[in-house]
Write a protein that binds this ligand. Sequence first.
Ligand code: HEM
Length: 399
Amino acid sequence: VFFLRKLLSSSPKEMEAIPGSLGLPVVGESFSFISAFSSPSGIFNFMKERQERYGKVFKSYVLGRFTVFMTGREASKILLTGKDGMVSLNLFYTGQQVLGPTSLLQTTGDAHKRLRRLIAEPLSVDGLKKYFNFISTLALDTLEQWPAKKKVLVLEEASTFTLKVIGNMIMSLEPMGEEQEKFRSNFKTISSSFASLPFNLPGTAFYEGIKARDSMYEMLDSTIANRRSAESSHQDFLESLIMKHTKSGDGKGDDQENKLTDQQLKDNILTLLVAGHDTTTAALTWTMKFLAENPQVLEKLRVISETLRRATILPWYSRKAAQDFEIDGYQIKKGWSVNLDVVSIHHDPQVFPDPEKFDPTRFDAPLRPYSYLGFGNGPRMCPGINLAKLEICIFIHHL
Ligand code: HEM
């Protein structure tokens, strides 16, 4: 029913003016897209082939959606910073259900701005200073164990490291022990449910994801209750949001504009976890790979920017048109899925000569706006940028 509704609610007829192919019935071009995505060069070849055939704007049918793909600085400018309300984020149905309706990723306009403002302070450079020692000690502990290991699986190590950092930042979780294990196992299940098939039946990834989310929320509920009863005082994200920004009691006399309900608090803690974990893990892993292959660049700054350009951790940014608009001479209709292809922007030889080469000196001189989008741009630009850079810098420093 879900897929039928999806198919019927989208209209390929309306997209006739956009060049491109919708591929096979029902599956469209999903298989070519997924196989490109899982290959070493990511979606680059899928995009390149079609851009050469159709131009910078083309249509396709992938992952259950009629989608218009676009690339280039002009498209980035319009899609990422365009008029307020022109596009919204385009999450998968399962992701929407798991994250909850008050997540930053599901709000728009003023509600979105307000949430961004509330989480900005704990994620600022100043707000992050207090976690420096924890991150540094954890990086050292992790690295100290490497020489004794026969084989080091860097992705695995990076994932454990970043999850321990965020667990400690958010709710002072100790890096070892039962609570850490429960947190880790819930998080992994939630993560795999995020873009799963939308069947909420026992045994499916989606069903297990919702169950793990509820278990994670129980952990947060009990921590929130402890903090409110002032049994203990901690210097973490949860404490700073509870103290400053949650509605406890009747809230009379409080500045309600700055208050979050417990639901908003939990939805957004989970959002930070989901948005911040795999991204930072991948960025740290790619940084180590590029550094191992190019040891001469260790002296150079800008290694993280160049890693995020070459690896493009989020290869495309997905939006849904919230109104009709025109781009590169094509009419985009309200409701269409629009994906910005960032890999091609990051490998444009006009901006980055010899684009496959890992060369941090490219960032020595300022680039033209919208040529580099490692952390995005505009109102949805990554709020975790300082934390991600801090974690990677500390880890690489101790390497
Ligand atoms: C190297 C690591 C990271 C990379 C490459 C990265 C990249 C990005 C990018 C490109 C976007 C914008 C996506 C779009 O416009 O559709 C984004 C948004 C976001 N990021 Fe990150 N991110 C990283 C780490 C983090 C961390 C550590 C956190 C949280 C602590 C985080 C939280 C978020 C959130 C909540 C959003 C959505 C913002 C909004 O919709 O207003 N990210 N990230």
